[in-house]
Design a protein around this ligand. Structure first.
Ligand SMILES: *Cc1c(COP(=O)(O)O)cnc(C)c1O
Length: 221
């Protein structure tokens, strides 16, 4: 099956799973490690939201598709020395997880106000990225007062050592906490190829789908 055919099939499943939801979720196809041709194929099949997790691959992927209608999501961890570069070309940053990132965006030159998600860490391993539970409100308050970012909602990656349902329920609870600080930040970025149905049941508004649509990654690390 081609990527365009898998996209078509996924969309059909998503439509069915979305019946009764207030709004259709945004489907972001994660194209990491795949060639520009695959991005082009998906764009021609009507896909508009794309995600990448590393700089500079993300920038190159974006330049490889010369289309104003494409929206690029950076879903990887934001390293201090790359934040500003990423923010110059990525339309949406999904992994804002510390105040330092907001400060770097505020003090960088020529960086437009960016649409962002605040990433929460559902594990005890700081290396996984995401703000820890104790720091969540402080980060949200810092983001709320910044003109460098427009916070859309929370983002998380469900850990492998608990059920997707449990993880998505926890993400939904963070979303509720965020809404007390930022009432308009209603979005939830969660749900990958293996757990998107559960994510939808717990309010995901942005699905980040890789392999289910792109096929297995060529030389993924
Ligand atoms: C790669 C990636 C995905 C997509 O994962 P699949 O299991 O291939 O759907 C989603 N979110 C993030 C942050 C990723 O890095």
């Amino acid at each position: 099956m081609s990527a365009a055919e898998r996209l078509e099939q996924f969309r059909a499943e998503l439509r069915e799973a979305s019946v009764g939801l207030a709004a259709a979720p945004t489907l972001i196809v994660i194209t990491k490690f795949h060639p520009d041709e695959l991005v082009r194929e998906l764009f021609d099949a009507g896909q508009r939201h794309f995600g990448e997790n590393r700089h500079p691959e993300a920038r190159n992927k974006r330049s490889g598709l010369d289309e104003d209608e494409a929206v690029w999501h950076f879903v990887g961890q934001l390293q201090r020395n790359k934040v500003r570069q990423v923010a110059r070309y990525a339309d949406v940053l999904h992994a804002v997880d510390r105040k330092e990132i907001i400060e770097l965006l505020e003090t960088g030159e020529d960086i437009p106000t960016r649409d962002v998600f605040l990433q929460v860490n559902l594990t005890d391993d700081p290396g996984r990225g995401g703000v820890d539970d104790a720091g969540f409100e402080a980060l949200a308050e810092r983001a709320a007062e910044s003109s460098a970012v427009r916070v859309h909602g929370v983002m998380a990656v469900a850990p492998l050592d608990e059920t997707p349902e449990r993880a998505h329920e926890r993400i939904a609870a963070y979303s509720q906490r965020l809404l007390r600080i930022l009432p308009n930040a209603t979005s939830i970025s969660s749900g990958m190829s293996s757990d998107w149905r559960s994510a939808l049941r717990y309010g995901a508004t942005h699905l980040r789908i890789g392999t289910a649509i792109t096929g297995s990654r060529p030389d993924s690390a």
